[in-house]
Design a protein around this ligand. Structure first.
Ligand code: ADP
Ligand code: ZN
Ligand code: ZN
Length: 753
């Protein structure tokens, strides 16, 4: 019987060889998803077929379907007879062997198979081969047109031949009007191959010159240029406070790169930011050379940009994380802005890749520099930059605008006097005074914190695990404190080990409750809340932000969502209700996250003509990350943080590979997790690498159950680099999970909750 055979997932060959009998074809099948299957290469195709070519293959009852050639082999996984490739659709490949090699590296790093990565990297529409013909519209005459129609026609005349969809958006007109105009003979519609550039809609005609750099910016720019000259593949960090003009420095470097005949990849953490950035780039460098790439551009646009990239017709590609997989050629510089942002990591679906990790490898492949920028860099990035001497800093805002001063309110002094234990007197007073002046207030409720940590009300001490240096979680049901990394158990302390007080508190308050308290305190003011509950109602979040921007809302209460991006010059007070909440999460990145959050939210105050103020309420004013956030001193924060990371072998001193084993059946999930951990440990011992590949757990996840699934985790601290990933990957490929148990793998997880 002739059938479709799934290709061997490990190690396909990338270079064709006349002896190769079979090709691996990447297909997208309804119901099956993206997969690779083996096909026989007909004799006459042997000297033509290449990686990245679009091919036509027979598939079951569906007849002939489109596919991509992604590998070659001499053998099949068993004794099968396979079908033949029908045709090479296009001799020019759409991706290269190097491109596939990069994806293969990614698959190894994230302990998943190549097909999973291919699926994330190559747009489905490419596989199905999107029809690229589209309607274009062209001006013919003004005769017979009404006044309103004339306006539309004038625009069209000026624009020349334009893709119909783009013209409709530009002219804010409808398909009915277009039809009418065609009937009148005023315009001509043609169907043809047109390049769809989403930037055309910006209609930028004149280019702006680059700004002259300020003294500090110039020094940094010179330093970076020199570093790149000495080491073409340097990985550089630009640490600059918000509004210091990092973007202007990037632009100068982009200009240099383009002038040297190379291309630039520029990543931003979110689609909205990528779009803003693209506009800025298009203004400086022209729409022709700039393209945008993210998950929300249309399939047609994606298809077109891909082809342009492959033909080396784009000089600057800006985009969100998925742009790291776009096939930009001849890269001379990769820039990652706001590099500390969690959004660079894909959490679902698999592969759970981090665009920053992929970009590091991509830079290696192109032997080009990688430039990361942030006001609050990732601790690992900062560590690497410091050690390689590739750290550059912008310490002042452009034009020397002031960063607002921060005061810390010790809730130990105010706790009882505070309204409902939530809003201290000084914060209440500040809010009243700000509102009296007609200015606006942001109140951050730090909900990353859980209600279950145990804190001394007298000195702020939080009970931590002696092995892992993370807060212990209170298990009311069992009556003990437990570490969710290593299972260490201890009983509820009678006295605080730091100060001897017995005033321990297990607490936490939800955002809704706090919103209500604030409404009670300021009954005649407009108070609104933004958090993930609100986000469920689509668009609500944007509407609230717009109302806040217009001044319709006096006090905006919210979670970390309100910490970034907001640029409202009338906001002069930022209050943080529970500044220490993030620090108490059972996660080794808690301090880093908390520091970043507080620094970013502080930056929302006093951006306009009025000076700003920031107040942090806390039970733990001496905590190092809070002190550093108060003084906005990154390097001080870093020194303490990196010492703790080193002591406990956390990143950057290891990489974390997290396995989650989940099932509806608690017992089966746990048993299965134990089995995997045991087998993994045995194998690690056998190879004598237990020093460099440390296994922790299994333990129940902090969030013990999601969607009725009981969750257990195994944490692997890898100090073997790529070899460690290979080891874990090959171990896992041999693990067969029963149907009712799910195993998921997360390399460099964002959190371990
Ligand atoms: P960052 O990226 O560090 O947050 P930006 O590059 O966005 O900062 O700069 C903040 C503001 O200052 C922007 O409006 C920018 O145009 C302006 N700016 C920065 N540097 C200069 C400069 N050298 N000349 C003129 N304007 C500048
Ligand atoms: Zn104490
Ligand atoms: Zn522990």
């Amino acid at each position: 019987m002739v059938e479709e055979i799934e290709s061997n997932k490990q190690n396909p060959h990338f270079t064709p060889n006349v002896s190769h009998k079979y090709a691996s074809a990447l297909v997208n099948i309804k119901g099956l998803g993206v997969k690779t299957f083996s096909y026989l290469i007909p004799e006459e195709m042997k000297d033509k077929i290449q990686i990245g070519q679009a091919i036509l293959v027979p598939f079951g009852r569906q007849g002939l379907i489109n596919a991509f050639c992604v590998g070659f082999s001499d053998y099949l996984p068993g004794d099968f007879k396979v079908k033949k490739i029908n045709k090479i659709l296009d001799e020019t490949p759409l991706f290269s062997i190097d491109y596939l090699k990069l994806l293969e590296w990614v698959a190894n790093y994230y302990c998943c198979d190549l097909v999973t990565v291919l699926n994330a990297a190559i747009p489905l529409k490419l596989i199905e081969k999107a029809a690229k013909t589209e309607f274009a519209v062209e001006f013919v005459t003004f005769d017979n047109a009404t006044k309103r129609q004339r306006e539309v026609l004038e625009l069209l005349k000026e624009m020349g031949k334009t893709p119909l969809i783009i013209f409709e958006k530009m002219a804010k007109t409808t398909r009915a009007t277009i039809k009418k105009l065609e009937e009148l003979g005023c315009i001509k519609l043609t169907q043809e191959e047109l390049y769809r550039n989403p930037l055309d809609i910006l209609k930028i005609t004149e280019r702006e010159p680059l700004f002259e750099l300020s003294g500090e910016q110039k020094t940094v720019y010179d330093g970076i240029s020199k570093t790149i000259k000495n080491n073409s593949s340097a990985q550089i960090l630009l640490h600059g406070v918000t509004a210091s003009g990092k973007t202007e420095v990037y632009f100068k470097l982009i200009d240099d790169t383009i002038k040297a005949g190379k291309n630039v990849l520029f990543l931003a953490p979110e689609i909205a930011l990528a779009s803003q950035l693209t506009k800025r780039l298009a203004k400086k460098f022209g729409t022709e050379d700039v393209a945008i790439w993210h998950s929300s551009i249309s399939d047609g646009e994606r298809y077109d940009v891909w082809q342009k990239l492959y033909k080396n017709e784009i000089k600057i590609l800006a985009g969100a994380r998925s742009a790291v997989f776009a096939p930009l050629k001849n890269i001379g510089l990769i820039i990652i802005d706001e590099e500390h942002e969690g959004a660079y990591k894909q959490t679902t679906p698999t592969p759970r890749y981090d665009a920053r990790v992929v970009a590091r490898k991509l830079a290696e492949f192109h032997n080009c520099p990688l430039l990361l920028g942030s006001a609050t860099p990732d601790v690992s990035t900062y560590y690497r930059a410091l050690n390689s001497g590739n750290l550059f800093e912008l310490k002042h805002r452009y034009n020397n605008a002031k960063v607002p001063p921060v005061s810390v309110i010790n809730m130990q002094d105010y706790g009882r006097a505070a309204y409902k234990n939530v809003i201290s007197k000084p914060l209440q007073t500040e809010i009243s005074e700000t509102l009296e002046k007609g200015q606006q207030v942001i109140l951050l409720i730090n909900r990353r914190g859980f209600a279950t940590f145990t804190q001394c009300q007298a000195c702020g001490h939080v009970i931590e695990c002696p092995n892992c240096a993370i807060p212990m979680i209170w298990h009311a049901k069992d009556g003990y404190l437990k570490c969710h990394y290593c299972n260490h158990i201890s009983y509820f302390p009678d006295f605080c080990p730091e100060c001897g007080s017995d005033a321990f508190k297990i607490s936490g308050t939800g955002t809704q409750k706090i919103e209500q308290y604030i409404k009670d305190l300021f009954p005649d003011k407009n108070v609104e809340r933004i958090d993930s509950d609100i986000l469920v109602r689509k668009g609500e979040h944007i509407r609230l932000l717009e109302r806040f921007q217009k001044g319709d809302i006096d006090i905006l209460v919210g979670t970390q969502m309100i910490a970034k991006g907001l640029d409202n010059p009338n906001v002069t007070l930022v209050g943080v209700i529970s500044a220490d909440a993030s620090f108490n999460l059972p996660d080794f990145r808690a301090s880093e996250r908390g520091f970043q959050l507080l620094t970013q939210v502080a930056g929302r105050a006093g951006r306009g003509e009025f000076a700003g103020k920031v107040l942090f309420q806390t039970y733990n004013p001496d905590f190092y990350a809070l002190e550093s956030a108060k003084s906005q001193n990154y390097s001080e924060f870093f020194q303490t943080e990196i010492a703790a990371r080193e002591e406990f072998d956390y990143p950057p001193f290891s990489q974390i590979i997290r396995l989650i084993i989940s099932s509806l059946n608690n017992f089966r999930a746990e048993k299965s997790a134990q089995e995997i951990a045991l087998r993994l440990c045995t194998m690690i011992e056998k190879f004598g690498i237990s020093e460099r590949l440390e296994v922790l757990g299994p333990t129940p996840c902090v969030i013990e159950r999601i969607n009725s699934q009981y969750r257990f985790q195994i944490l692997i601290k890898n100090k073997l680099g790529d070899k460690g990933h290979q080891f874990v990957s090959s171990f896992l490929s041999k693990v067969i999970m029963p149907k009712d148990i799910k195993l998921s793998i997360d390399v460099d997880p964002l959190d371990i909750l």
